[in-house]
Design a protein around this ligand. Structure first.
Ligand SMILES: Cc1ncc(COP(=O)(O)O)c(C=O)c1O
Length: 382
């Protein structure tokens, strides 16, 4: 399937990123000054450093910004059949060499996580999740009063795939976040394949959701996508997000890959939202900008190595991370650390039960932010 580039040539460009940021039509004087300050220091929102949500500290790459700016036009007045959304679906399908029917777009991957639980679980149909992991699916299972099995991590802070397969027997849906949020741990392709084949053999009715939101941040060779398994088994599907390494959290775009009937079940159960034309053009450009994603992964790894080394140097245990966040064993409640950091105008992660009394998740900012933050961490943990 071919991706077309009609939209790129027919829309009138309005200027470069820098031009737009300094244009009076877009921002008033005070806002301009704040934006310039924020761009320089990386510090937004009234001087509070945001290390509490796993977004991208660096935002989208220059090609993506340019593509968005080039599409800011009067055409934005049209959008009930928005331009570029079909192109995005076709572009994703072409990128993975699958059919468009194997791709489900959504406004961020969140509606897909919610839709999957609503499609496959119920008061009689059980949901299985490791703890701690990303909690949207579990929260949805709670909302619909589905029975939930919670599983502890293994001693290395990784998801225990044997326990997960055992607990998954007879369950309706297993949520498996790889790499895992908040721990940053990852499972390699052989382990994932063994796990999926075991569940499909022992419990063929069970669905497996593999959430690969952080795949672009995984250490080289640490993992592979489970897409081939999702194409082989109707009951396996994966989700991806443009909110992480692609730097587009504010554009709200995610997608699922899997068999057509599975994706139909998910979108029938819950609204997937409407992807907008600027988001679509941004995502399409970001998807294909391999150079930028590679740079982003390397920069994140540099910041991650620096931050992990600082905590280990202070004597704290941190598992190797394959994401843009780290999970530190501080040996004290996350709340205490959070409150002390907030006094210093740094936000760090929320509680992650059952480890809220020992561990805290810290999202990685830019190198400049982390250099400042580490000084604060040394002070509050002294
Ligand atoms: C593992 C994981 N999956 C999904 C999401 C949802 O992200 P979004 O809706 O922005 O795609 C997040 C957000 O932090 C996440 O950590």
């Amino acid at each position: 399937m071919k991706t077309t580039r009609r939209g790129f040539v027919k829309t009138v460009g309005l200027g470069t990123a820098a031009g737009l940021l300094t244009s009076n039509t877009f921002l008033g004087g005070a806002a301009q000054a704040q934006t310039r300050h924020a761009h320089k220091t990386g510090i937004y929102d009234g001087g509070v450093m945001q290390l509490n949500q796993n977004e991208s500290a660096r935002g989208p790459g220059p090609k993506t910004l340019e593509a968005v700016h080039a599409h800011v036009s009067k055409r934005m007045g049209r959008g009930y059949s928005p331009d570029h959304v079909n192109e995005l679906q076709e572009g994703i399908a072409a990128y993975y060499n699958v059919d468009t029917a194997n791709v489900q777009l959504a406004t961020g991957s969140t509606p897909l996580l919610q839709g999957a639980v609503r499609a496959f679980c119920s008061t009689e149909k059980r949901f299985v999740t490791p703890m701690p992991t990303y909690s949207t699916s579990e929260a949805t299972a709670r909302q619909i009063n589905a029975p939930i099995t919670h599983l502890d991590l293994d001693s290395s802070m990784a998801i225990d795939l044997n326990t997960l397969a055992e607990a998954g027997r007879g369950a309706a849906l297993i949520y498996f976040c790889n790499p895992n949020n908040p721990t940053g741990t990852v499972h390699g392709p052989e382990a994932v394949e063994q796990f999926v084949r075991r569940v499909m053999r022992e419990s063929p009715q069970t669905r497996i959701h593999i959430d690969e939101a952080y795949i672009n941040y995984a250490r080289p060779g640490a993992m592979k996508t489970a897409l081939p398994l999702a194409l082989e088994f109707e009951n396996v599907f994966i989700t991806r997000s443009f909110s992480k390494a692609h730097g587009l959290a504010g554009m709200r775009i995610g997608y699922a890959l899997g068999q057509e009937s599975t994706l139909r079940d998910i979108r029938s159960a819950w609204g997937m939202g409407d992807v907008n034309m600027l988001g679509a053009i941004a995502a399409l450009t970001a998807l294909e900008d391999h150079e930028h994603i590679e740079w982003e992964a390397q920069e994140n790894a540099r910041v991650r190595d620096f931050t992990i080394a600082a905590f280990r140097d202070m004597g704290f245990q941190v598992p190797d991370s394959n994401t843009n966040h780290i999970f530190v064993n501080l040996g004290r409640p996350a709340r205490e650390f959070r409150e002390a950091c907030l006094q210093e105008k740094i936000l760090v992660g929320r509680d992650f039960p059952p480890l809220q009394n020992s561990h805290c998740r810290i999202s990685l900012g830019s190198m400049e932010e982390m250099q400042q933050a580490v000084e604060v961490f040394r002070k509050v943990l002294a």
